[in-house]
Design a protein around this ligand. Structure first.
Ligand SMILES: *[C@@H]1O[C@H](CO)[C@@H](O)[C@H](O)[C@H]1NC(C)=O
Ligand SMILES: [Zn+2]
Ligand SMILES: [Zn+2]
Length: 348
C-alpha cells in the first residue's frame, strides 16, 4: 500500500469516528450495539463458555456497575498526550522560539481540568436520602407530565422529588438527575452539573490548545525546511515540484507519533466540543438531559414501565410538545452554579 492510501484511510477513520459518535451518541440502539451483538452471535458457537461468560461479565461491569476503568483510561490517554507534548512538541517549539507563556497554557489548563475532574468524581451529585428528601421535594414543583407527586422509588422506598431519577448503576435516586457518566464514575445531578460543565470545557480547551501548538510547530517545520518549493526527479528523469502531498508524506514519516496525537486531539476536541455545547444549551434552557430525552420520547413506556403504572399520571398528549421552565438564561445558569439550598429543618 502506498503512503497516500494509508494517509487517506487514517483521515477517513478519524472523520468516520467523529461522525458516528456525533450521530448516535445518546441513542439506545447504536450501530456499535448492533455490531457488537452481531459479532458475539457469530462467535458464540466457536468461543468457549468461560470466555463468553467472562466477556459478558466484563461488559456488564463496565457499563452497568460502578467501576473506575474509564477513569484509568482517561488518565492513561491524558498521560500519553502530555508525555508526547512535553518531550517532543515542547522542545521543537522552544527551538522555534515560541513564547514560553503560550507553551505553559496546556499545563495550567491541566491543573484546572484535574480539579474539576476530581470534583466531578468525588462530590455527591445530590443523592436523595431519608434526611434530605423533604427539602429536596420542596425545591421543584411537579409538572405532572414527566414528574408526578406521590410516586415512590421502589428501590429506595422514598418519595421521588420532581426532576429526580433512580440511577441503576449507583442504585440511588439523584435530585435533578442528568445522566450517569462512566468517565467520572458518578451521576451528574443537582450538585455537580456545574463541575461537569467546567470539566467538559477545560478538556476541550486542553485538546484545542495542544492541537493548535502542534499545528503551529508542524507549519514552522514545513516552512523552515523549504519543502513547499522543493522538487524531485521522477522516474522519467523530469524535475517535478514537490507539492502539498509530498509535504504531508514527509511530516507523516518524520513525526508519526505527533501526527497521531494531532488526529486524536482533533477528534476529542470536536466530539467533546459538541457535547459541551449540547450541555450548555440544556443549562441555558433549564433542562436536564434526562428531561430532554424524555420530552422527545426517547424513553418509551415499554422500556420504562414504571411511568406507565403511575396512577397519578395525567395523560400526556404527545411527546412532540417540548416544554421546559425557563426563567431567563441568567437565572437558569444561576441555578446550576449555585444550586438551591435545602431548607433548614426546624428543630422540634
Ligand atoms: C427550572 O425548571 C423547574 C421545573 O422543571 C422549575 O421548578 C424551576 O424554578 C426552574 N428554574 C429556573 C431558574 O428557571
Ligand atoms: Zn431510587
Ligand atoms: Zn449513577
Amino acid at each position: 500500500m502506498d503512503f497516500l492510501t494509508l494517509f487517506g484511510i487514517y483521515v477517513l477513520v478519524v472523520l468516520a469516528c467523529i461522525a458516528l459518535v456525533c450521530k448516535y451518541s445518546g441513542k439506545q440502539q447504536s450501530p456499535f450495539h448492533t455490531l457488537f451483538n452481531f459479532i458475539t452471535k457469530i462467535l458464540a458457537p466457536v468461543t468457549p463458555k468461560w470466555l463468553q461468560k467472562w466477556s459478558q461479565k466484563s461488559m456488564h461491569s463496565l457499563f452497568h456497575e460502578r467501576s473506575n476503568m474509564f477513569i484509568y483510561l482517561h488518565l492513561v490517554l491524558e498521560g500519553a498526550v502530555y508525555t508526547e507534548f512535553t518531550f517532543e512538541v515542547f522542545n521543537f517549539c522552544r527551538e522555534m522560539e515560541t513564547a514560553l507563556t503560550s507553551l505553559c497554557v496546556p499545563y495550567v489548563l491541566l491543573i484546572f481540568k484535574t480539579c474539576f475532574f476530581y470534583l466531578c468524581i468525588s462530590k455527591d451529585p445530590g443523592t436523595v436520602t431519608k434526611k434530605r428528601v423533604v427539602g429536596q421535594v420542596s425545591i421543584y414543583q411537579y409538572d405532572r407530565r414527566m414528574f408526578h407527586p406521590g410516586v415512590h422509588c421502589p428501590t429506595c422506598q422514598l418519595v421521588k422529588p420532581a426532576r429526580s431519577k433512580h440511577c441503576r448503576v449507583c442504585d440511588r435516586c439523584v435530585h435533578r438527575f442528568d445522566h450517569h457518566c462512566v468517565w467520572v464514575n458518578n451521576c451528574i445531578g443537582a450538585l455537580n452539573t456545574r463541575y461537569f460543565l467546567l470539566y467538559l470545557f477545560s478538556v476541550c480547551a486542553m485538546a484545542g490548545d495542544i492541537a493548535l501548538l502542534t499545528t503551529d510547530m508542524l507549519l514552522h517545520v514545513v516552512l523552515r525546511s523549504g519543502l513547499l518549493g522543493a522538487s524531485y526527479i521522477d522516474e522519467y528523469d523530469q524535475q517535478q515540484p514537490a507539492g502539498f502531498l509530498f509535504v504531508i508524506q514527509h511530516l507523516f514519516m518524520s513525526f508519526p507519533r505527533i501526527i497521531f496525537m494531532l488526529g486524536f486531539l482533533v477528534f476529542v476536541f470536536f466530539l467533546l466540543g459538541g457535547y459541551a455545547l449540547f450541555h450548555s444549551y440544556l443549562a441555558l434552557v433549564n433542562q436536564t438531559s434526562n428531561e430532554w430525552y424524555k420530552s422527545r420520547g426517547y424513553f418509551c413506556q415499554h422500556c420504562h414501565p414504571a411511568s406507565a403504572v403511575d396512577p397519578l399520571k395525567t395523560p400526556v398528549p404527545e411527546h412532540s410538545k417540548r416544554y421546559f421552565y425557563s426563567h431567563g438564561i441568567l437565572r437558569n445558569l444561576g441555578e446550576i452554579f449555585f444550586p438551591p439550598r435545602l431548607p433548614k429543618r426546624k428543630v422540634n
